[in-house]
Design a protein around this ligand. Structure first.
Ligand code: ARG
Length: 247
């Protein structure tokens, strides 16, 4: 048996007993986050991040259970031991590093704004405070708007609308309940596909994605770092990036 659940801290799993004792780590993802993690029709969660950790698990000899979660509570869930890692396009930030550790970076992204095709809104308009903006709660996109538009008095705080998942924000933009949305560019492009919405501009935040792991789980961190290194050096990495249209 593995070491899933709350009885045994997952990190001890690596030391636990015989060779048939393969530890299972619970991987928390936001399953409404294509192309990194999303749910297929049959309920299976897949995506670039999910396939990456499955590959790493296979290579390093552990099992994973993928658990869909609310984004906003995902770090507390990790701290409380409900999950063993967050592998879900999470930006490495100084604030988060106070609470958890991060793996080596595996992708670098920028923020982007999307608007309605016929709105005529430009980046200059948004920067001048002329748009009501939608963002996913607890994301670096929301923090960017708070720090750069609200705290500087360019928009009142009512003009940033928070959504628990990003697909709901996109629906609000499509229904003109907000004038613009901010999000990491790759999932932003993915989620507006087929809708009369477009990316109007980028903010070059150059954020690095990492896997978040509890501070005390040093062995797991080392294993994931090794696995990420092996994945990124293997041909699989480029195949995955192509498959999920990251190249
Ligand atoms: N990279 C951004 C952040 O860390 C957005 C992540 C959103 N991820 C997700 N799984 N919904 O805040």
């Amino acid at each position: 048996a593995g070491c899933t659940g709350s009885e045994a801290p997952a990190d001890q799993g690596q030391d636990a007993g015989g060779s048939d004792n393969v530890p299972t780590y619970i991987v928390g993802v936001d399953s409404a986050y294509p192309p990194y993690a999303y749910m297929e029709k049959d309920g299976t969660i897949t995506g670039l991040d999910v396939e990456s950790i499955q590959w790493i698990a296979e290579k390093k000899g552990f099992k994973v259970e993928i658990k869909g979660m609310d984004w906003d509570g995902i770090i507390p869930a990790l701290q409380q031991g409900k999950i063993d890692m967050v592998y879900s396009g999470m930006t490495i930030t100084p604030e988060r590093l106070e609470k958890v550790n991060f793996s080596v970076p595996y992708l670098t992204i920028n923020q982007s704004f999307a608007v309605h095709d016929d709105s005529g809104l430009t980046m200059d308009d948004i920067m001048a405070g002329k748009a009501v903006i939608g963002a996913q709660r607890g994301t670096t996109g929301a923090y960017w708007v708070e720090q750069n538009l609200i705290e500087k008095g360019i928009i009142p705080k009512e003009n940033l609308k928070y959504f628990d998942s990003f697909p709901i924000a996109v629906t609000a933009l499509n229904n003109r309940q907000v004038d613009a949305t901010i999000y990491d560019k790759p999932p932003h492009m993915n989620s507006i596909q087929g809708l009369p919405l477009h990316i109007v501009g980028e903010i070059y935040t150059g954020e690095n994605y990492g896997v978040a792991i509890r501070k005390e789980d040093n062995k797991l961190l080392a294993t994931v770092n090794e696995g990420l290194g092996e994945l990124m050096a293997s041909p699989t990495w480029e195949e995955l990036l192509k498959k999920y249209e990251m190249l």
